[in-house]
Design a protein around this ligand. Structure first.
Ligand code: CP
Ligand code: NVA
Length: 333
């Protein structure tokens, strides 16, 4: 890697625990400051006169709006390039596109299908690339999710510089082992948060991803533990936060019928939380978009549900990531 190569955000795995902590803390700080009417001085016009390319080959509500909004808040101009707008994938290779686009913008935010595509884009780009969701990771979502957990649970007194004070909390993920889970498990390992994952048989975390999650905790003195099971009740036991996501991620639509059958019994309900023995004060999270099969309305619209503040936190996560990777060129503190 050339010393001039830009630093990219492809996964939470790219961050040290201190850097992840800083991104969440900065998001929280900017949220409070901007909501009370004062834009932090280092952000004012930080991207003035600059452009950020948003190359999205899949649909998006939250990631698109939060990123476009974040670029605008920093004084820059986002360029939304949907799959029907540019030559990529139809008339032009990823390599050529990376060289051309990065020669004219200050950063690229990319939502692609395969992780190897966003990794290739990053490899050839001369400006920072931020992953806006691929089949393996969703780092912007997880910065927002940990901000949301940070706000919902008082920090443990152990909170040092490298930590959000979340040690000992437990997340239960019930549903599909997908891109959002993978980055969440990586962040949990780094933050000392335990995560229990219940998936149907045949839908477990792949071995290669387990290795990445294990690696994520290797630099931490007491990393969060990862537990895998095929029994939702087991995952939910003593959990502080119950989390799920769609059973059919974008690109898996052809498997819908098979998946609906395989995931029967994995819907998050208050009865499941009760049967499994979740903590009394358990909360619910979901990155959205949501379908009723993975969580019923009673939980989704209940006071336990953090889903709408979680979605709103995407804006602050995007501002924090742009600050770290674009304004401060990968120096995250
Ligand atoms: N959670 C999330 O990334 O939503 P979008 O697909 O709407 O961006
Ligand atoms: N797992 C979902 C997340 C959408 C934000 C998907 O990849 O479609």
């Amino acid at each position: 890697v050339s010393p001039f190569a830009p630093r990219h955000l492809l996964s939470i795995a790219d961050l040290t625990p201190a850097e992840f902590t800083a991104l969440v803390r900065n998001a929280s700080h900017h949220k409070q400051a901007i909501k009370s009417g004062s834009v932090p001085r280092n952000l004012l016009g930080a991207l003035s006169g600059k452009t950020v390319a948003m190359m999205f080959s899949k649909r998006s509500t939250r990631t698109r709006i939060s990123t476009e909004g974040a670029v605008a808040q920093l004084g820059g101009q986002p360029m939304f390039l949907g799959k029907d707008d540019i030559q990529l994938g139809v008339n032009e290779s990823l390599y050529d596109t990376a060289l051309v686009v990065s020669s004219m913008v200050s950063a690229i935010v990319a939502r692609v299908d395969k992780h190897q595509d966003v990794a290739a884009l990053a490899k050839h780009s001369t400006v920072p690339v931020i992953n806006a969701l691929c089949d393996s990771f969703h780092p912007l979502q997880i910065i927002a999710d940990f901000l949301t957990i940070h706000e919902a649970f008082p920090a443990r007194p152990t909170a040092g510089l490298n930590s959000l004070g979340m040690e000992g909390l437990k997340i239960a993920w019930v549903g599909d082992a997908n891109n959002v889970l993978f980055d969440m498990a990586i962040a949990a390992a780094k933050m000392g948060v335990d995560i229990a994952v219940a998936t149907p048989k045949g839908y477990e975390i792949p071995a290669s991803m387990l290795e990445i999650i294990k690696q994520a905790g290797s630099s931490v003195s007491s990393p969060g533990k990862l537990i895998q099971t095929n029994v939702p009740e087991e995952a939910v036991k003593d959990a502080d936060v119950l989390v799920t996501d769609t059973w059919v991620s974008m690109g898996q639509e052809e498997e819908t019928i098979k998946r609906m059958k395989a995931f029967e019994g994995f819907q998050i309900t208050a009865e499941l939380a009760q049967r499994g023995g979740a903590k009394k004060n358990w909360k619910f999270m979901h990155c959205l978009p949501r379908h009723p099969e993975e969580v019923n309305d009673e939980v989704f619209y209940s006071p336990r549900s953090l889903v709408f503040p979680e979605a709103a936190n995407r804006l602050w996560a995007a501002i924090s990531a742009l600050e770290g990777f674009v304004v401060n060129k990968g120096k995250i503190e």
